[in-house]
Design a protein around this ligand. Sequence first.
Ligand SMILES: O=C1O[C@H](COP(=O)(O)O)[C@@H](O)[C@H](O)[C@H]1O
Length: 331
Amino acid sequence: MKQTVYTASPESQQIHVWRLNAEGSLTLVQVVDVPGQVQPMVVSPDKRFLYVGVRPEFRVLAYRIAPDDGALTYTAEAPLPGSPTHISTDRKGQFIFSGSYNAGCVSVTRLEDGLPRDSVEVVEGLEGCHSANISPDNRTLWVPALKQDRICLFTLSDDGHLAAQTPAEITTVEGAGPRHMVFHPNQQYAYVVNELNSSVDVWALNDPNGKIERVQTLDMMPSDFTDTRWAADIHITPDGRHLYACDRTSSLITIFSISEDGSVLAIEGFQPTETQPRGFNIDNSGKFLVAAGQKSHHIALYEIKGEQGLLEEKGRYAVGQGPMWVVVNAH
Ligand SMILES: O=C1O[C@H](COP(=O)(O)O)[C@@H](O)[C@H](O)[C@H]1O
């Protein structure tokens, strides 16, 4: 399996393309100058395209991915209704979802043969909208509205429209600020990182009547941490055994183990990382983690080790200015 790491650096308007070598190192393949401040990125389910959200002219750009070395070629673009804070796709590669924190909306852009075309839906009134996450069955879009302490639930129709479900939302504790999330591979649990109180919620999805219940809330900070909490990103290993979440003030990655059934998290340790880690990701084999330091202008590569999933640093690399998003593609 070949793997490519993409990092987005909005301040220098660049995407760095890296080959991830099996022994745990990165080799620079390409530096792409992007026509705008590049922030969120996602690879299409068929691995042919990288979609990136840019500003100040709000657009999604599509880059074709070279199958041999992962290099990018600009191919197409489409406008977005607000500054793209988060970009994702549905699981069939028919739609792009973009959440906008500043515009308080989520939008759906139709894809045609992998290329972004027209906008088919915009839902407003989602204050501090921070991500859009399609469920494993491709039916429900989970949209955290950070400033409203709620995660809105929409049914995705075949033509890309979003209909509020009943109930239309789940709520966190007051002041939590739900931001990013991941699903367990067994499809029974979701894990949400809350920005404003640096906690992680475990949501159970296995109720026979479809009720979504919060079954655990964990403080992700060390017990002696007293500074401002400012969590950012969360990722899970493909085998569902380890979960990681980062906090920007402390520049720590919290390492969690996950119980066999996915229902219980336990903190295994804290990994100091690059300054102000706003984005990180895990490779497709579950062996490596790459974290971006928005203030260090470097990325760090870690090997995920042992039963506890602790992180061992393998190297750090200069990227562009203000790196804040990491994607890993297997091809
Ligand atoms: O993480 C955060 O994100 C929001 C939105 O970011 P943007 O890059 O889409 O403008 C930001 O305003 C907030 O302060 C920050 O904590």
